[in-house]
Design a protein around this ligand. Structure first.
Ligand SMILES: Cc1cc2nc3c(=O)[nH]c(=O)nc-3n(C[C@H](O)[C@H](O)[C@H](O)COP(=O)(O)OP(=O)(O)OC[C@H]3O[C@@H](n4cnc5c(N)ncnc54)[C@H](O)[C@@H]3O)c2cc1C
Length: 379
């Protein structure tokens, strides 16, 4: 997204990625709302949409279900389960079509410095070693960004700020409703996280689990196996892909710009701390970073004074939301299985689009005055 935006704004851009095939391996549940695509002018394309979803079902520790039918967005759909193996390539293609140069299979292994100033990157590919001079480097290199670390930014994650995820792509399973994403909660299934079933059609889904690393007793994949075995509709299926990874859920890093450098996406921890979703924010922030970088290059001033516009813009757009998600995550982590069950019971049958804030507070009050107090900051 940065490469596309910067090229569009007139900059000369080189996009480097260590992967030989962009999007592979998948390390993602692949759920994305339609809104960011529309906002960013990307036309949904059946080539990278594996499923369309319009509702969410939350399942409490004792199996109580709460359904949230999302309000219908433009075109009557609210979200997609992507095929990121195609989607990530599609984004690179959009950048290339604008005129960006793309080099895959190219590992960035250091920053090129002019004294203390970042002057580009060092990399290696099939063609050997190379040095690329750049006025601005955009570090979009994912969780625990090495590029940001080389620039002196502390990217170490504490165990309480990282969800360890494992995921199976499964076939031959029972999907109750292909248009509904399911989230399962409970300390036995997944301590400090949730399990998900994101359908990709009638008998296929991404089935995954995210666990707060500080609460894990075993590897995430063991919890995932237990979850699948506890669900007859999943147990009968076959695993055709295993993947996983870490999700930063402690909120964005405090500063995402420096002289000649911008930090974007998971590298900047621009992730919804509650759901672990980061595609939307990475795309939006990436777009802003590209625009700001190109403007700075054109003006001849790529100092942090000029580049801080990036942080101002993304925080204006998403900063408040990130804080709310972080708070919501903390509330969720503080809830016992019994409280989650009581909450689910109170929310059953609630029409979320119609309920007023006061009525919602009454529901929480009924569940537990303590819970209402915890939720106060979110309202
Ligand atoms: C199991 C799991 C499930 C998830 N499910 C969802 C979901 O359903 N919905 C959602 O919105 N989010 C989800 N996420 C989070 C989402 O995947 C990330 O937030 C998103 O991919 C971030 O995009 P990014 O471009 O910042 O980083 P990435 O997608 O990680 O891309 C980073 C890129 O940088 C490249 N790179 C890294 N280091 C170097 C280097 N040194 N040199 C060259 N290239 C380099 C990598 O090859 C990669 O292509 C999930 C994450 C996990 C782990």
């Amino acid at each position: 997204m940065s490469a596309r935006a910067a090229t569009r704004a007139g900059a000369e851009v080189l996009l480097l990625d260590k992967r030989r095939e962009l999007g592979v391996p998948v390390q993602c549940g692949e759920a994305l709302a339609e809104e960011p695509l529309l906002d960013l002018g990307i036309k949904p394309n059946p080539r990278w949409i594996a499923g369309e979803v319009n509702a969410v079902r939350l399942i409490s520790p004792s199996g109580l279900e709460v359904s949230i039918a999302e309000k219908k967005a433009v075109h009557g759909k609210v979200g997609f389960i992507l095929d990121r193996k195609v989607f990530d390539k599609h984004l690179a293609m959009l950048a290339a079509k604008e005129g960006a140069d793309v080099m895959v299979g190219t590992l960035v292994d250091g920053l090129l410095m002019d004294g203390k100033k970042i002057a580009g990157v060092k990399a290696s590919s099939f063609d050997g070693r190379m040095e690329v001079r750049a006025k601005v480097v955009i570090a979009a290199d994912g969780v625990v960004s090495r590029v940001a670390r080389w620039a002196g930014v502390n990217t170490t994650l504490k165990l309480v700020d990282i969800e360890s995820c494992a995921q199976f792509q499964m076939v031959g399973i029972d999907i109750k409703s292909p248009e509904v994403m399911e989230y399962y909660f409970g300390s036995k299934i997944t301590p400090g996280g949730y399990a998900w079933v994101f359908p990709k059609g009638r008998d296929m889904a991404n089935v995954g689990i995210g666990i707060l690393s500080s609460r894990m007793q075993r590897p995430a994949i063991d919890y995932l196996k237990d979850f699948v075995n506890s669900m007859p509709g999943l147990k009968k299926g076959r695993v055709i892909e295993i993947n996983g990874g870490g999700v930063p859920v402690g909120g964005p890093i405090p500063k995402t710009f420096k002289d000649n450098l911008l930090i974007v996406g998971d590298a900047a921890r621009q992730v919804n701390a509650l759901t672990g979703g980061g595609i939307d924010s990475a795309m939006r922030a990436g777009n802003i970073a590209g625009e700001v970088a190109a403007k700075a290059v054109a003006s001849g001033d790529v100092s942090e004074k000029k580049l801080k516009e990036y942080e101002k813009r993304w925080r204006e757009q998403m900063g408040k939301r990130f804080k709310r998600y972080l708070k919501a995550k903390e509330v969720l982590l503080s809830m016992s299985d019994e409280e989650l069950d009581r909450l689910a019971k109170a929310l059953q049958g609630v029409e979320f689009e119609k309920i007023s804030l006061t009525d919602m507070l009454k529901v929480f009050m009924k569940v537990s005055p303590k819970l209402m107090w915890k939720l106060k900051g979110l309202m």
